[in-house]
Every structure is written in structure tokens, then in C-alpha cells.
Design a protein around this ligand. Structure first.
Ligand code: FE2
Length: 374
């Protein structure tokens, strides 16, 4: 494993300053019902809507927000469209990983100049609440990065969307912001995508995990984490590695029919409360056996939380040079074994829970076996 410290010079010369995740947009089969799930189970508030009632003729989109996490669920209302085809091929999945920028025109020009494949030229949208500029470039699979410049806009989301004032009353589960978004890419493609983020977006390689770090008896994967200058955007990229049986990454690629977003990690500042509440609302998490907790005191040392409570909720713990972290992973949140969520609480640690990989992947393989995909 290698770690690269970002120096001041590198960050001040950033040609692509990024202010964090603006929103994550999914193409789904039934946005109305998905929106209910995210409100009721996950505690997101419905803040904006676009659809036939607001003059949009081909789709319906629901914007859900919890602190700084903003999800958009979009469905087609036509029998054949880009959205319908995306959904038929991939199932419900992430279409746009959208990034907040100060200058969407410059973001587009700088990245396209360095080899990004354009998806949308910088375009100005406006309504009575001001104006925005949005541009977009392709990344792995059918996934797209939008650059959103919204400093002259005061509406609920973006022009074309109407604020929702009769939203369902929801109770937040304490989700704060997106910590990282992970992509799965085809065998042999990981380095090419790492290079893409380095060349095109000026990201730096933070960490490498090889199959020695991440292998179980059956399957293995390789992973590299790239990050932008200020560290607000972190994209780990996985590819399958040869194992005795089918890698979890291969299972994803088979069912998503190509590369795509594997999981979204969301930060909470009280993982015990967040996960306890999510469990009460029916969210299913991966299971690790009790034996996982036996060597925690030796492996992790002192932690603030009560170990019995963590054990009861099946929350995992890992420590690195900077501190420790607590994390847990949901089962896939749609019928295909594709996208899932991670809930993470960082107590100083900047890493990704390497010490938990083995226990975690054995747990994923148990689920793969139940699905008949191992
Ligand atoms: Fe993660």
C-alpha cells in the first residue's frame, strides 16, 4: 500500500477546483415509489420536483435532501428514451455524479482539453430564482460527471424544478454528507480510469489495494483511490481479480451490464443512532459473525463507543495512523445485486477500513452464494 501526501503547491495549482458533491442522480423504474423509500426509510426530505405538472413532458424527477446529501430520482414517462434504455440495461442506478464548482465553463474546457469525453457543453438555465451553468463529461460505463455552477441561483434545486411544500414529514437519520463514491470497472480497466482521473481531472492517487490486501478464499479485487486537490471528492475504483470463484465485482458487472457506481458512502456523526434507526425502519445490512469482535480491543485499541452496542448493530471498526473509523454496509438496495450504501463515521481516520475487508468480503460472498452467483 502506498500513500501520497498532497502538498500545498499541488492544491494551489489545481486547474479543477471542486467544492464537493452537488447531487447524485439515479435513473430508476418508478421514481415516485423510490422517493417514498428514501423519505420513509432513509429520512430524506422531498424538496423539489419536476414532471408533467411543472411542464416537463418526458420524465419525472424527485429531489431529496438530508443535510448536504442530495439525491435526485428520475424516471422516464415515455416508452423509449435514454432514461428507459439506461434503466432497462442497468436496473436502477447512478447516472450522474454531479460536482459543485465555481465555474462550470472552465471545468468543462479544462477537462475536455485534457481528454475528457464531452457529454454536455456548458449550458445556462434560468428561471425567476436566478441562473446556473451546467456542463458534463463522461466517466466509466454510462456514468456522467456534471459540473454545476449555482452561485447565482436561489431556487429549491435547479431551474425547471418547483419547491415541494406538502412534503411528507420525515425524521432525519443523521446523514451528513457524501464521503466517497466507488466505481466498479471491468477487469484490466482500473489503471486506465485512474489515469483518466489523474490526467483529465488532476486527481492524485491516494491509496492502492492489491489482491493480497483484498482477497478471501474465493474471490479477490483490486482497488485504487483517487482524490481531488482539497480531498472533498474521493473516488475509489475497483476491478475484479482472479480468484477461485466469481469476484463480487464480476457479479456487479454481470448484473449492471457494465461499469458503474458500486456504493456511496455517507458520513454520520453518530453511527450508533443512525444505524439503529435505519434498522428499525427495515434497512438491511451485511452481517459479520460475532468472532469479528473478539480481537477488536487488540486491533483497534481504545474507542469512545460501547463495543457491545457496536456488536449488537454489527458495526465494523478500523484504525489507521490518524485515528479510527466506524462503518457498515447495506445489502444491495434494488433487486439486482448492484448498488449499496456505506454508513461511515470518521474519528480521525482518513482511510477506508482495510482491516475490515476480509470480514466484509466473506459476508458479501455469503450473500452471493445465497443468490447463486458465487
Ligand atoms: Fe467505501
Amino acid at each position: 500500500m502506498e500513500t501520497l501526501e498532497l502538498t500545498e503547491t499541488q492544491t494551489t495549482q489545481d486547474f479543477l477546483p471542486l467544492n464537493g458533491t452537488d447531487h447524485i442522480e439515479f435513473y430508476v423504474g418508478n421514481a415516485k415509489q423510490s422517493a417514498y423509500y428514501y423519505q420513509h426509510a432513509w429520512g430524506y426530505k422531498l424538496v423539489a420536483y419536476a414532471g408533467p405538472e411543472t411542464g416537463v413532458r418526458d420524465r419525472a424527477s424527485y429531489v431529496l435532501q438530508q443535510n448536504k446529501v442530495r439525491l435526485v430520482l428520475t424516471t422516464s414517462i415515455l416508452p423509449d428514451s435514454e432514461i428507459t434504455r439506461h434503466q432497462a440495461k442497468h436496473g436502477d442506478g447512478v447516472k450522474f455524479l454531479s460536482i459543485l464548482v465555481d465555474d462550470a465553463t472552465k471545468s468543462f474546457e479544462e477537462t475536455v482539453k485534457r481528454g475528457a469525453k464531452p457529454y454536455m457543453e456548458p449550458t445556462r438555465f434560468e428561471d425567476e430564482n436566478g441562473w446556473v451553468i451546467i456542463s458534463a463529461i463522461h466517466t466509466y460505463g454510462d456514468t456522467v460527471h456534471k459540473f454545476v455552477q449555482r452561485n447565482n441561483y436561489s431556487g429549491a434545486f435547479l431551474p425547471g424544478f418547483k419547491a415541494v411544500d406538502n412534503a411528507m414529514e420525515v425524521k432525519s437519520v443523521g446523514l451528513k454528507y457524501v464521503d466517497h463514491c466507488v466505481g466498479n470497472v471491468e477487469l484490466g480497466a482500473m489503471n486506465q480510469w485512474v489515469k483518466y482521473y489523474e490526467d483529465v481531472m488532476g486527481f492524485k492517487l491516494l491509496i492502492t489495494f492489491d489482491d493480497e490486501d483484498i482477497s478471501t478464499e474465493y474471490s479477490a479485487l483490486m482497488s485504487k483511490v483517487v482524490s481531488n486537490g482539497n480531498g472533498y471528492i474521493k473516488f475509489p475504483i475497483n476491478e475484479p481479480a482472479e480468484g477461485r470463484k466469481k469476484s463480487q465485482i464480476e457479479e456487479y458487472l454481470d448484473f449492471y451490464h457494465g461499469a458503474g457506481v458500486q456504493h456511496i458512502a455517507i458520513e454520520t456523526d453518530n453511527i450508533i443512532e443512525t444505524v439503529g434507526e435505519l434498522r428499525r425502519r427495515g434497512i438491511e445490512f451485511l452481517y459479520v459473525p460475532e468472532t469479528y469482535y473478539e480481537d477488536i480491543p487488540q486491533r483497534v485499541g481504545h474507542i469512545e463507543e460501547n463495543l457491545d452496542e457496536l456488536k449488537k448493530l454489527n458495526i465494523l471498526i478500523d484504525r489507521d495512523a490518524d485515528g479510527y473509523l466506524l462503518q457498515i454496509f447495506t445489502k444491495p438496495v434494488e433487486d439486482r445485486p448492484t448498488l449499496f450504501y456505506e454508513i461511515i463515521q470518521r474519528r480521525g481516520a482518513k482511510s477506508f477500513g482495510k482491516g475490515n475487508f476480509k470480514a466484509l468480503f466473506e459476508s458479501i460472498e455469503r450473500e452471493q452464494g445465497i443468490r447463486g452467483n458465487l
